[in-house]
Design a protein around this ligand. Structure first.
Ligand code: SF4
Length: 354
């Protein structure tokens, strides 16, 4: 069985011809898949029934996700879903909406996708990291998360405008499926999202960062740094072992050199752990002069007992970086009351089921 949502347009051309159909049918099929987003083969009314039957006979399917749970924040701007593909594949996907800028009528609608069930990186402050690694998602399961929200938005006359790979899992540890999903989601004959509207967030798998820099992709890269030195970073990201902070900064410089796209360093601010003024000065020192952009993320409370610093401390940390000539923003936190930190909804749900 092969899911039609993993097939690249060039592959679709070949499949259609092999099934004895004219090549233009591939375009019809792709338009139906990505503009109407059917949930099963029998909903594919835009192609002749003989072609639909031939696809089914050749083992093609549309694997559909089931929405197990939906939580919407009080301000209606954040929607978090728990999606199930099969008994072993239960993942979270989040939609974050931002008010439209003056020249736009529709809100910015960013979907945050998962790439793995659980995560092998084991960051101590992350609910997903604490559940361990279960499996990699397939490209079609990544694509389906976006299409699920695309269907919801379409009913409201809106559409997906941005995509972040910041949900459950380390996208670069599931490299091939992540890149295939990006190609499907950005291909003008498939979902057609602009490559520059996509951000991949990695905890720092350096060989994969180097590989990504050589792909013909214009996606943005964010590296989760969380600490200015190896000792503290290894406490927060136990699997950081082979890659030092210095190595990560060099990898970011190489990525910028090859792609022309500046890398953002994500920094989860945790009260009493990595938020002191001394640490801020150390961070400013190592990042100064390389055009780095730091995105501070005051962390959502998780079961690990970590908490978010007071606003005053967050602003003081930001000011030290700015004084050190490091460009720095504080991420607007969305939906913390609905367990928006990655992995929390699934963890809560699995606790209730098991
Ligand atoms: S923060 Fe990201 S990389 Fe770290 S454990 Fe959680 S999902 Fe994995």
């Amino acid at each position: 069985m092969t899911d039609l949502y993993r097939i690249l347009p060039e592959e679709m051309d070949e499949i259609v011809v092999k099934l004895g159909q004219p090549k233009y049918r591939a375009g019809q099929l792709l338009r139906a898949l990505y503009h109407e987003s059917p949930r099963k083969m029998s909903d594919l009314h835009q192609i002749p029934s003989a072609m639909r039957d031939a696809l089914i006979a050749a083992g093609y399917t549309i694997g559909s996700e089931e929405e197990v749970s939906r939580v919407v924040s009080e301000d209606n701007h954040t929607t978090k879903l728990l999606l199930k593909f099969d008994e072993q594949t239960l993942i979270e996907t989040v939609l974050m909406q931002y008010s439209p800028s003056q020249d736009k009528t529709h809100p910015r609608s960013t979907v945050c996708v998962s790439t793995q069930v659980g995560c092998p990186m084991g960051c101590v402050f992350c609910a997903t990291g604490q559940m361990g690694f279960e499996k990699n998602l397939k490209a079609e399961e990544i694509v389906s998360q976006v299409l699920h929200f695309a269907r919801i938005l379409r009913k409201r006359g809106e559409h997906v405008t941005n995509l972040v790979f910041m949900g459950m899992g380390e996208p670069l540890a599931n490299y091939d499926e992540t890149v295939r999903a990006i190609r499907l989601l950005t291909h003008p004959r498939a979902f057609g999202l602009g490559q520059r509207s996509i951000t991949i967030s990695t905890v720092g798998v350096i060989p994969a960062i180097d590989r990504l820099a050589d792909e013909d992709l214009q996606v943005k890269l964010a590296i989760s740094l969380h600490a200015p030195n190896d000792e503290l970073r290894k406490r927060l990201v136990p699997t950081a072992g082979p890659h030092s902070v210095e190595d990560l900064i060099s990898a970011a410089k190489c990525y910028f050199k090859k792609t022309g796209r500046r890398v953002t360093f994500e920094y989860a601010l945790i009260d009493g752990i990595n938020d002191s003024t001394k640490i801020a000065s150390e961070l400013a020192r190592i990042l100064k002069g390389n055009g780095a952009h730091v995105n501070l993320i005051p962390m959502n409370p998780t079961a690990g007992g970590f908490s978010r610093p007071a606003r005053k401390k967050v602003l003081a940390f930001q000011q030290i970086l700015r004084n050190g000539d490091v460009n720095c923003t504080v991420r607007v936190e969305k939906g913390s009351e609905i367990s928006a930190a990655c992995g929390q909804l699934r963890t809560d749900m699995v606790k209730n089921i098991r």
